[in-house]
Design a protein around this ligand. Structure first.
Ligand code: SF4
Length: 183
């Protein structure tokens, strides 16, 4: 029997396995459909996510929601989460030991949802799940592992360099096509 997302979220909300558990306001387990065909994984919660306990609701999140909508997808039909479930102070990059401590939750969420396609948003997600360091070289093509993975830019990187927007849009559309194809 598949583990429930609620059970995993309950553990995340009470977790102090790394130091971020002591500085967060809210953990951010993620949200969306428990039967999502497409899962999106970012880096870590930011300030607004930490305040509300919801993923991708700040500026980068609004951009992501728009790009999903342009591709004909709603946030409710996909599942959105991040590698790290608690906000690193001042939005610093998560430390390796924090990623190691948190990754088992993400792996359990992936097993529970069993999506056909996973979009890895940014370098931390790409490196943590696939060992890929260079997003620019890896993006735009599917990687077949236990399921299909697609590496793309983090929406926050797109906000810093709007020229990356067409790549993010293209990669999300590719993810949708592969996730919803008949074969
Ligand atoms: S970041 Fe992950 S491992 Fe660290 S306290 Fe939060 S839920 Fe636990």
């Amino acid at each position: 029997m598949r583990e429930s997302l609620e059970e995993i979220a309950k553990e995340i909300n009470a977790c102090t396995k790394c130091e971020l558990g002591w500085s967060r306001n809210h953990a951010v387990p993620g949200e969306g459909s428990a039967n999502a065909k497409l899962m999106l994984i970012g880096e870590a919660p930011g300030r607004e996510e930490d305040e509300k306990g919801k993923p991708f609701i700040g500026r980068a999140g609004r951009l992501l929601t728009q790009v999903l909508s342009d591709a004909g997808l709603t946030r409710e039909e996909v599942f959105i989460t991040s590698v790290i479930k608690c906000r690193p102070p001042n939005n610093r990059r998560p430390k390796k030991k924090e990623i190691r401590a948190c990754l088992p939750y993400l792996r359990r969420q992936i097993m529970a949802i069993n999506p056909r396609v996973i979009l890895l948003l940014g370098g931390v997600a790409a490196e943590s799940l696939l060992g890929i360091k260079r997003v620019g070289e890896a993006r735009g093509k599917p990687f077949k592992r236990d399921r299909v993975y697609i590496v793309t830019y983090h929406p926050a990187a797109v906000l810093r360099n709007i020229n990356l927007l067409p790549y993010l849009s293209e990669d999300i559309r590719l993810g949708k096509t592969l996730a919803y194809s008949e074969t």
